[in-house]
Write a protein that binds this ligand. Structure first.
Ligand SMILES: Nc1nc2c(c(=O)[nH]1)N[C@H]1C(S)=C(S)[C@@H](COP(=O)(O)O)O[C@H]1N2
Ligand SMILES: [Mo]
Length: 399
């Protein structure tokens, strides 16, 4: 069963899948606005690895929901394929002598980066979507640099192996010789009697991937389908009612005190040398607008469109005279410690008519856990940009 045909078919599936993972991963990094250095950029010193960064658009409003849903779901679905591919090349691990020449040594080193890199990216990614933060440092930085190391080795590997893989697959299709011509040394010299066909083995892998798809995809479809997401770490039932949709961090879990968001709460709007403080009632008295937007987390889960209402960011900017050509805005929450308590939104995000400081969702006042008294909601952006428990907005350069 082990031989060039099986290895090549699995390799070609990974060639396609990993390319999609890499592109959607880079896209996710761009969506985090990493060149807004002070707050959002968690990868200092990325240098020219940030060459492709572009201002993340606000349309279509479901953009990040799709790119990140694909990234996470595909990553999980490819696990059986990756494991089968590694199994199919295991004889190479025991090659003797380990290094035959300088060229052979370099090739083996690149395989170390390839296999190690794949393992690192899949393991860190899956630990992260399972909320199991056991890394030495920031997931974001590790996964990003790991991806570049891995993709370098991947490109070299594909360049050397693609012709051979295509030949091995063509072999199988064209002739009955079963594609066992073994330039790669994968076939056992004394194989045991087969218990399953190659197609059967491939079918097993495909079935494994399908099962993973079926118990994962529901978390990025939202609504009824969430019940099918058996692997979703936040659970399948986000509760009912207007506020009954996925919560990332609860108010209690990040230490929001009732006094922080009680009657003493104020919304401070700053910019152009001015500052205005609003009470909750004054905020409600401003023109209220509506937007239907999802929350789409980097972890791959997302909600269906929720019906938000609140004050447009452009209307808040107008309070300090910055309504036309609204600049970037620095958003701060009442939260004292931990990540995500503040974020910078770009000017294109602040200017979008659908970007709100929301006070209501699906007709009800925001629950504490969804960010009462007020939270940001921006079209097309990662969930992390939708700051909850907002208390201050600074338009323009914070300096
Ligand atoms: N202040 C604050 N805002 C926050 C967060 C947080 O931890 N603190 N989490 C962010 C993340 S990562 C996501 S995905 C969304 C989730 O919003 P929800 O819990 O209302 O679904 O809120 C964002 N806003
Ligand atoms: Mo998130």
């Amino acid at each position: 069963m082990r031989g060039p045909w099986l290895t090549s078919v699995l390799g070609l599936i990974l060639l396609f899948g990993i390319t999609v993972l890499f592109v959607t991963g880079l896209v996710s990094y761009a969506a985090y606005n990493p060149d807004l250095a002070a707050v959002n950029d968690q990868t200092p010193g990325k240098g020219w690895l940030g060459f492709y960064l572009f201002p993340w658009p606000t349309s279509p409003y479901w953009l990040y929901r799709v790119t990140q849903g694909v990234h996470v779901t595909l990553g999980i679905v490819l696990v059986p394929v990756l494991l089968a591919k590694l199994w199919s090349v295991i004889p190479k691990l025991f090659e003797w002598p380990p290094v035959r020449s300088a060229a052979h040594g370099i090739e083996r080193l690149s395989l170390l980066l390839l296999v190690g890199g794949a393992g690192f990216e899949f393991v860190t990614g899956i630990l992260n979507v399972q909320l199991h933060y056991i890394f030495p440092g920031s997931f974001y930085t590790l996964h990003f640099y790991g991806a570049w190391v891995f993709i370098g080795a991947f490109v070299v590997h594909v360049a050397f192996r693609l012709p051979r893989a295509l030949r091995a697959v063509g072999h199988r299709l064209g002739e009955s010789a079963a594609g066992t011509h073994d330039a790669a040394g994968l076939v056992s010299p004394r194989p045991a009697a087969p218990t399953i066909s190659r197609r059967g083995a491939l079918g097993m892998v495909g079935l494994g991937s399908l099962v993973l798809l079926a118990v994962t995809a529901g978390q990025s479809m939202g609504g009824w389908f969430r019940q099918t997401a058996l692997l979703a770490p936040h659970g399948q039932d986000p509760g009912s009612g207007p506020n009954g949709f996925q919560i990332n961090k609860t108010a209690a879990s990040v230490g929001i005190r009732p006094s922080d968001i009680g009657p003493a709460w104020r919304l401070t709007v700053r910019g152009a040398g001015k500052q205005i403080d609003l009470t909750y009632d004054q905020l409600l008295a401003l023109p209220q607008n509506e937007s239907s937007l999802p929350i789409a987390c980097v972890e791959g889960w997302s909600t269906s469109d929720q019906h938000w209402s609140g004050v447009r960011l452009t209307d808040l900017a107008a309070l300090v005279g910055l309504g036309t050509n609204t600049p970037q805005v620095f958003v701060e929450s009442v939260q004292r410690g931990g990540p995500f308590r503040s974020v910078v939104l770009r000017d294109n995000q602040a200017r979008d008519d659908r970007s709100l400081l929301a006070v209501r969702v699906n007709g009800a006042v925001l629950s504490y856990d969804h960010g009462y008294p007020a939270r940001v909601i921006v079209p097309g952006a990662p969930g992390v940009h939708n700051t909850k428990w907002v208390t201050r907005l600074t338009f323009g350069d914070p300096a």
